[in-house]
Design a protein around this ligand. Structure first.
Ligand code: C5P
Length: 306
């Protein structure tokens, strides 16, 4: 067994989130396009006796916000990999969070993916890429994407990922709203809105072609026009204040703004890096967000910090 292994994994925004009907297993069929952005959580794994876990940073200080116990996705990732590899789950794990919790940015998924990569190295399990992707899918729909990063099309319930060609790097401002939103609650609200006709019902997820074409061109204008999120009306129904947040982003000069994943983070697309810095400063003073972060992407998935 070697010394400490440090791995970081990125947050994501969904530049397309097409949600199909509810499946029998309780998940929705998706066509989504994930884009990994430069806001990272870090997992440090050291040799230990049994498992221990400490959380620090963004969202980790509120009582019970991120439980550092076996219900934590990090803990489950460690146990799953140990079982798969036939080794004892011995490790001392420390998660330093920058990605806010329950924000629609896949922070928990990033932590789980980083843990798989870190413990694969610490325990020398030599799990192949395919094995890690399969374990990741068992942990959560977004975890495989957190492993691969970049830009990827997600199908199935989002766990089947394939890389997508993207010819650019885009600058975003993430506006993080005060309180988190529960992902199942947002999906549930969408089901109700479809059932009572508040939004059109669907027979399958909206295809991602327009956003895929925009990503290939590298153009910010085309990407801005193609951004789509079926969960947005549901997130807005549960959190009407987000409407004001979206408007604030557009008024402040964003090329487009949308709710990230199940929310409540607002992802505002900026024209370029300089505009992103300006936009971030303006939105920080607008009084609608708890925090704002200027980020860019695509960036790579979970990988060791050298
Ligand atoms: O896979 P994950 O644990 O991230 O999913 C959390 C919850 O989000 C699920 O239990 C389900 O309620 C909802 N979900 C869904 N359809 C998906 C992904 C997630 O309904 N494709």
């Amino acid at each position: 067994m070697s010394g400490a292994v440090v791995v970081r994994a990125p947050a994501k925004v969904n530049v397309h989130l097409g949600v199909g009907p509810l499946r029998e297993d309780g998940f929705h069929a998706l066509h989504t396009v994930y884009l990994a952005v430069s806001l990272h959580d870090t997992v440090m794994a050291r040799p230990g006796e049994g498992l221990s876990l400490r959380m620090s940073g963004e969202g980790a200080d509120g009582p019970g916000l991120v439980p550092a116990d076996r219900t934590n996705l990090v803990w489950r990732a460690a146990e799953l990999l140990a079982e798969h590899a036939g080794v004892r789950a011995d490790a001392d794990l420390e998660v330093a969070k920058s990605i806010p919790v329950a924000a629609g940015l896949a922070g928990g998924s990033a932590d789980a993916a980083a843990t798989l990569v870190a413990l694969d190295a610490l325990w020398d399990t030599r799990a192949g890429r395919e094995d890690l992707l399969e374990l990741a899918a068992q942990l959560g729909s977004d975890v495989p994407f957190s492993l691969v990063g970049g830009v990827a099309l997600g199908t199935g319930r989002g766990e089947q990922v394939s890389p997508v060609l993207a010819a650019g790097r885009w600058h975003w401002v993430l506006g993080i709203a005060g309180e988190g939103l529960s992902t199942p609650a947002v999906y549930g609200e969408l089901d109700r809105m479809r059932a009572d006709g508040r939004v059109p019902d669907v027979t399958g997820p909206t295809p991602a072609e327009p956003v895929l074409a925009a990503l290939r061109t590298g153009s910010t204008t085309e990407l801005a026009a193609a951004l789509a999120n079926d969960l947005q009306p549901a997130a807005l129904a549960l959190r009407p204040d987000l409407r004001r947040a979206l408007r604030a982003a557009e008024d402040a000069g964003a090329r487009a703004a949308l709710v990230s994943g199940s929310g409540p983070t607002v992802a505002a697309l900026a024209a370029d890096e300089e505009s992103a810095v300006r936009l971030a400063a303006e939105l920080a003073g607008a009084g609608v967000f708890r925090t704002v972060r200027a980020v860019s992407g695509p960036v790579p998935g979970a990988r060791p910090v050298s």
